[in-house]
Design a protein around this ligand. Structure first.
Ligand code: PXL
Length: 289
């Protein structure tokens, strides 16, 4: 009876799969945690992540790393929270409603990167919690969301416990140190990034000329391309956050990485093409897509 009610409320297969992934958890609905910055305009950061989790019928939790002052025209202020406060938020959640998958977004500085890595390491290593790391370095308008010296902490502390690492072309370039001008170089970059510790790499290549192509390097060494027609739109604010949140939602539901990434690509493409056109600058996506 209970399961019948549950199956009507949530897609039954996702409930069953979520249980399978983390058999020790008392999970009746897939749960995902985002650790990211706040965008009060609702298009990026934790706001985008929570909307995306909800759209994928995943219960969303959010630990806030930094607060931005921004609208669709740009970011005017960034205030990073204390590492202790970030760590306490994560620990409180892990102790009570442990998620089936977790993602990180903008973390701000080195101390917060280290606090996040410390708070997550036991869950990742001990119970196989899948961690999606989106290395948000800049806002779409070029405001820094990660101090330069935090990059090294990310490489040393976070990437070794990462299940899937999701840089865009600029972020991947900053990490590998050579320009990624075509797919061949993207493949080379993905291999370099894999050496840094993540089990899988997704390079979001929305900025390549031609189609919107993303490159997935799976832990078995296979490359997969996720391709969609490029949509010419200025309303792409929060695309990176939304994309990696959709992948996190898939993983929380027990889907494979390839299935999660494929569904996320489809979602992000629809979300861009049906963006509501809000604001005077770079507007948000359609998270109802
Ligand atoms: O989309 C990158 C991003 C992530 N997180 C926060 C942001 C932005 C872009 O503006 O504000 C909080």
């Amino acid at each position: 009876m209970f399961l019948a009610v549950l199956a009507r409320q949530y897609p039954f297969s996702s409930v069953r799969r979520a249980r399978g992934r983390n058999a020790t958890l008392n999970t009746v609905i897939p749960i995902a945690l985002t650790i990211a910055g706040s965008d009060p305009s609702g298009g990026a950061g934790i706001q985008a992540d929570l909307k995306t989790f909800h759209r994928f019928q995943v219960y969303g939790e959010a630990a806030i790393s930094l607060i931005t002052v921004q609208n669709t025209r740009g970011v005017t202020r960034v205030e990073v929270l204390s590492p202790e406060l970030v760590r306490q938020q994560i620990e409180a959640v892990l102790q009570d409603i442990p998620p089936n998958a977790v993602k990180t977004g903008a973390l701000g500085n080195r101390a917060v990167v280290e606090a996040v890595a410390e708070a997550l390491t036991e869950s990742v290593r001990g119970r196989g919690l899948p961690l999606v790391v989106d290395p948000v370095m800049m806002s779409s308008q070029g405001e820094s969301l990660l101090d330069p010296d935090a990059k090294q902490a990310m490489i040393e502390r976070l990437l070794p416990i990462t299940f899937v690492f999701t840089p865009n072309l600029d972020e991947a370039t900053a990490l590998v140190g050579f320009p990624i001008k075509d797919l061949g170089l993207a493949k080379r970059a993905a291999k370099v990034l894999l050496e840094m510790g993540p089990r899988n790499i997704l390079i979001k290549g929305g900025h390549f000329p031609g189609d919107a192509i993303d490159l997935l390097l799976l832990e078995n060494g296979d490359f997969r391309l996720l391709t969609a027609e490029k949509i010419d739109s200025r309303h792409t604010h929060g695309t990176g956050c939304t994309y990696s949140a959709a992948i996190t939602a898939g993983l929380a539901s027990g889907a494979s990485l390839l299935d999660s990434a494929t569904a996320a690509k489809l979602f992000i493409t629809k979300a861009i093409s049906s963006a509501p056109g809000l604001g005077e600058g770079h507007g948000p996506l359609n998270h109802f897509a």
